[in-house]
Design a binder for this molecule. Sequence first.
Ligand code: FAQ
Length: 335
Amino acid sequence: MHAQDTTALEAGFQATVAADQRIEPRDWMPDAYRASLIRQIAQHAHSEIIGMQPEGNWILRAPSLRRKAILLAKVQDEAGHGLYLYAAAETLGVDREELTEKLIGSRQKYSSIFNYPALSFADIGVIGWLVDGAAICNQVPLCRCSYGPYARAMIRICKEESFHQRQGYELLLSMVKGTDAQRLMVQESVDRWWWPSLMMFGPPDGDSPNTLQSMEWGIKRHTNDELRQRFVDMAVPQAEVLGVTLPDPDLRWNPERGSYDYGEPDWAEFKAVLKGSGPCNSERLARRRRAHENGAWVREAAMAYAAKQAGRAGQADGTGQADRALDPANEEATV
Ligand code: FAQ
């Protein structure tokens, strides 16, 4: 392609982003924009799928049928979110299988938060309140992301995340109205999840290599620190209603800023978790790998079924594909 063609395409891309319109899969886009979107959407999709594990672990131990049904529905929703997001990534020219291979080969990241264990049923409430709450703060602006398929997936995901957050908060409200032991369980859980939830927003702005460019491209609309602050300001009054304390001695209202000041998360711990040394990294990946291997027969069956359907369609339109599908040498296609 001529340099002047690329310049014109680049100008068209920039104008679309500047006008706050959406870039669609068939539109020209810079290679780096495509790569950055694949990076972020894949990491997001992996997070939803790995994120099923801490809560999934409690489905069989939920204390009532109602709590079990709610938790089951929530964990299923996370699987659905993963699927929408893998589908959005595929519109950028990558294959879901390839992304899964990268995840299980530790070549792509997923959110740090899912490397912490869910140790009590209060964690189910706290994950809903804080983890889904942080996810909503981070993801609502992504509904206006410049890439159309990602923005549209996020609209649906955010609606479901709101339900997740409310179910978590409602569970905690029930627990804090219960016994002293239940209140203690909630406080202990909040103490463990507060700081990891703040880390979900990513490194501080000064250490975030991707933010500036992502904001110029209209992928991200706010910096990591802006969203973290929004989350803190939302969570503090909610903690007061629950009657729990947040484990941060530096947390106080700053009337000049009209926001809460808060302490510094342990960024050394964050980096260690990203490098694979969090409490559950190896367990989460091992389980994902096992699930992928155990699902091989489902993928094979789906491929065989698709080949059979294509064969039937080929027979109907006279291309003869059906003959190939029925060839005993191609046994897979005739299953
Ligand atoms: N964990 O330059 P930045 C959920 C990586 S879904 C792991 O600031 P960026 C729903 C980052 O990728 C939760 N890695 O990066 C749910 C980059 O690495 P790379 C997931 C992290 O992209 C609830 C490097 O550090 N949500 O919870 C993290 O501008 C309950 C430098 O960072 C999303 O993925 C982290 N916390 O900003 C499910 C939302 N933070 O690729 C189940 C979409 C940063 O250069 C149960 N993603 N990194 O090697 C985003 O908004 C952004 O990608 C950020 C990071 C904000 C996560």
